[in-house]
Design a protein around this ligand. Structure first.
Ligand code: ANZ
Ligand code: ZN
Length: 827
């Protein structure tokens, strides 16, 4: 035995210090563009969501990073050229609010945390290519965010409009629909209100259908809940636009309905109280009441407005419309349960088939006409189900007896032919509101000139840099702090040279993160946003690892950007992320970690106590990646004990590197080769890293047994097994794996050792012969696995044709199974 092997454990922290330095020297994770462009190696792009720099890394980061690195390191071992980049999503409210709290500049706070996190990532042993790192708050990055904004604007995909928007009273900024969760600000939790404002939008609705269709392509490799969330968010529905004549008005009142078949039952109409349409329709005698009502409505959130358990409210606008099928005059109301920014902001109300309309009709004493026959035992109010059409005929059209679908088609056909409406598709998806009234973001590169209007900042003047505003008050005031930065805001108009003002809003940080995966392919290019040749070579990303909380926001926006870039001819693919993996949450004692519960687990403390590898191994081994991990149920101490066990194997190997393994212990060799093959399947088929770790543990035990009771450390099969353990462990525990690799007499680094070659011949399981007797006579001999179960063996015996012939239809009284050697059938 070598001297080294007499040590029974390694010093975790000394090992970390040492290998960190070696990796710094060797730079084993730098992705080689040439290798991919030349076709020398196949590429894999492993992306994980980049962090906000608010504080140091925590247990949540530790989990997602450990999982992500398994994939990146696996691909590297398999011989792919791997792009595994990391940077920082460094603009945005968390940093700005924290900076205000701590009374310092957001840049100081942000870049300080980035330095801390950078060191932590390196300590955590992530296989990132640090030569590609960038921050979205660097002018060299956001210059291109601005450039992309201008390109979108040129195509009509970025525009300004005035409309009621979601307003967070605490953060004093507008929010995208996606950032409002159950009526509250996603960031700070304050109740969101509505405000009328002129804001910038991205026209994501132009891509609604494609964003929906391509989900079918992604479905096999994306988590189901993300696909479902996106489908619901896009919310496609099919229906019709129907034009209603309004007495005393030239313009028709057009509604969107998903139930054109119920048109005969439309006994009144409702317009969103806050839509300008309502303001146009209201007659003088009703104006005062209407304006009063509208004031109240403006204070309500969309959630409140649509909640079904609130009593219905509204005001009569004093005008009448005409039901195009019955010819009856019907009243027009303004109410809050109809939303201004969905469909046309107006509905035809069919109380017989729609419960909201039913409730409204009851409050205002309006007629209810059923147009679908409910079942005989129906005791409810509005009936939304299937049934034959009733009360639905006039001289030109008769829907009587038709089912819902046929009645819909027939009505749409009739409306189209009469010029009274048309079939249409509607989406719940709204355009993306991107401007924010806050400081720490990308300035919108537009200048407003009294004479020329909206003027884009010329490309050669990008970036429009954020003024430093040292010492300025960044507290939210409802207008961007930039508006007050006189020297910055006042500029000459690039078109006419006259006095003009810069747009003082900044972009939603989701703009920054919608294209960052492109920037990694050429992060230092100062001539373009990204190199299209490299983008086409490296992308789409082969895996995207991150939290499911981004199911609709970030992932939908990134998909939208990709489609626009494809339409601009810059790239030849239309989806950015081929596959996706969502990790679970790290909790403690059954609950989310929180300061108030005092159940927080500090990543720093865990790393100090058990070391990086033990923490990583614990997180990977805890269960399937998607499951939550309760830190109270896992054992980092146990993980460390296992790692030391694995490490001791390497010290006990006494054969020389390169020794021919074929003369070694055959049983151990079989276990080694089976483990490697199984690991491939477990990683590629469903990310079952925890099971892979369990198999490595078994391999370590099998190897230990041969060392202690078999031929000892000199057996070449022991070396083969220990080397396999080192490579497999390198995916999870890079420090321990490096130590093992070195002790096994190899040069660093194990990261590039290469995946162990599997000898197919060793995978063939040995078999034993099982004798099957019927009435005491041997009727068949079966080749079976030595581990076959009694029930499997019985089934195989009874299914054998020779056995069946011997039984010949007689009743089987008893089957005696002595696996794996004997089955005795008594008839
Ligand atoms: C008449 C009708 C009869 C309706 C019926 C439903 C059932 P989805 O599926 O979500 O697209 N609607 C249209 N615009 C609206 C708005 N701005 N605010 C609130 N509700 C609105 O829903 C479409 C249905 O929601 C439309 O079909 C309309 O009511 C209502 F038996 O028209 B329906
Ligand atoms: Zn001008």
């Amino acid at each position: 035995m070598s001297q080294q092997s007499e040590r029974t454990s390694y010093d975790v922290h000394a090992v970390e210090t040492r290998w960190k330095r070696v990796w710094e020297d060797l730079q084993p994770y730098v992705a080689d563009d040439e290798a991919v462009l030349s076709g020398q190696r196949e590429k894999r792009y492993a992306l994980t969501m980049f962090p906000y720099p608010s504080g140091d890394l925590h247990m949540g980061h530790a989990e997602v990073m450990a999982l992500h690195d398994v994939i990146a390191r696996y691909w590297r071992q398999r011989g792919y050229e791997v792009l595994n980049p990391m940077g920082w999503d460094s603009f945005g409210l968390p940093a700005e609010n924290a900076a205000i709290r701590n009374d310092e500049h957001p840049a100081t706070y942000t870049y300080g945390n980035i330095d801390t996190q950078f060191e932590s990532f390196k300590h955590y042993g992530m296989s990132f290519d640090w030569t590609r790192r960038f921050n979205t708050s660097d002018p060299s990055y956001y210059r291109w965010t601005q450039w992309l904004f201008l390109k979108f604007r040129e195509q009509g995909l970025a525009y300004r409009k005035n409309s009621p928007v979601n307003w967070c009273p605490r953060d004093q900024t507008v929010l995208a629909n996606e950032q409002v969760v159950d009526g509250h600000c996603e960031r700070c939790g304050a109740e969101v209100t509505k405000r009328e404002l002129t804001q910038w939008y991205f026209k994501i609705t132009d891509y609604a259908q494609e964003l929906l269709d391509d989900l079918d392509v992604l479905a096999p490799t994306w988590p189901e809940r993300v696909i479902t969330a996106q489908r619901n968010w896009i919310g496609r529905s099919e229906g019709a636009h129907v034009d209603f004549v309004v007495e005393g008005r030239d313009e028709p009142l057009t509604v969107y309905t998903t139930r054109p078949d119920t048109l005969f039952g439309a006994t009144f109409m409702v317009v969103a109280a806050d839509a300008s349409l309502a303001d146009q329709l209201v007659t003088d005698g009703h104006r005062a009441a209407f304006e009063d009502y509208r004031e109240q409505v403006r204070k309500r959130t969309d959630i409140e407005r649509q909640s079904t358990d609130r009593p219905k409210t509204g005001v009569d606008l004093g005008v009448r419309a005409v039901n195009p099928l019955t010819g009856d005059p019907i009243p027009v109301y303004a109410a809050d349960y109809v939303l201004a920014d969905y469909g046309t902001g107006a509905i035809m109300a069919v109380p017989g088939q729609d419960q909201r309309d039913w409730d409204f009709a009851k409050v205002f004493d309006l007629p209810i006409v059923r147009t679908v026959q409910p079942p005989d035992d129906w005791e409810g109010e509005a009936y939304v189900g299937e049934g034959p059409a009733i009360n639905s005929a006039n001289d030109d059209i008769d829907l009587s007896g038709m089912g819902v679908d046929e009645a819909k088609r027939t009505t749409i056909g009739y409306l189209e032919q009469q010029g009274l409406g048309r079939g249409t598709v509607n989406f719940r998806l709204r355009d993306w509101l991107l401007s924010r009234q806050r400081y720490w973001g990308v300035p919108i590169p537009v200048i407003h000139c009294a004479a020329c209007g909206e003027v884009p900042v010329p490309e050669d003047q990008l970036p429009v840099e954020l003024p430093e505003l040292r010492g300025a008050d960044l507290k939210p005031k409802g207008v961007s702090p930039l508006a007050a930065a006189e020297e910055w805001v006042n500029v000459d108009c690039p078109q006419c040279g006259g006095q003009a003002k810069r747009d003082s809003d900044t972009m939603d940080t989701f703009v920054d993160s919608s294209w960052y995966m492109f920037r990694y392919v050429s992060p230092n290019d100062d001539t373009q946003a990204f190199d299209p040749v490299l983008a086409n070579a490296w992308m789409p990303c082969d895996i995207y690892v991150g939290g499911v909380e981004h199911a609709v926001l970030h992932l939908l926006y990134a998909r939208f950007f990709t489609k626009v870039l494809a339409d601009m001819g810059l790239i030849d693919f239309r989806e950015p992320f081929k596959a996706q993996l969502n990790q679970g949450v790290v909790i403690n004692q059954g609950k989310k970690m929180s300061k108030s519960l005092g159940n927080g687990v500090s990543l720093g403390d865990q790393l100090r106590e058990f070391g990086v590898d033990a923490v990583r191994l614990t997180l990977v081994f805890a269960g399937p990646p998607e499951d939550d991990i309760d830190w109270a149920d896992v054992s980092p101490a146990g993980s460390l004990r296992f790692l030391q066990r694995a490490w001791r194997l390497a010290g006990d190997v006494s054969s020389a590197p390169g020794v021919d393994p074929t003369t070694g212990d055959a049983a151990l060799r079989a276990v080694t080769h089976r483990t490697v093959r199984e690991a491939e399947g477990l990683i590629e088929g469903g990310y079952r890293f925890n099971v892979m770790v369990a198999r490595v543990m078994e391999l370590v035990n099998a190897t230990r047994k041969v060392i202690d009771t078999g031929a000892g450390g000199d057996d070449p099969a022991v070396r083969e097994a220990a080397e396999a353990v080192a490579v497999l462990l390198s995916l999870v525990a890079p420090y321990t794996a490096e130590e093992m690799w070195e002790r096994l007499g190899h040069q660093p680094t194990v990261a590039n050792a290469g995946w162990p070659a599997v000898d197919e011949a060793l995978l063939v399981q040995e078999t034993v012969t099982c004798v099957v007797q019927v009435r005491g006579k041997v009727r068949a001999r079966l080749e079976v696995s030595p581990e076959v179960s009694d029930s499997d063996l019985e089934a195989a015996a009874l299914a054998d044709p020779g056995v069946q012939r011997a039984i010949d239809g007689a009743t089987v009284r008893k089957v005696i199974v002595r696996a794996p050697k004997l089955v005795n059938i008594v008839v």
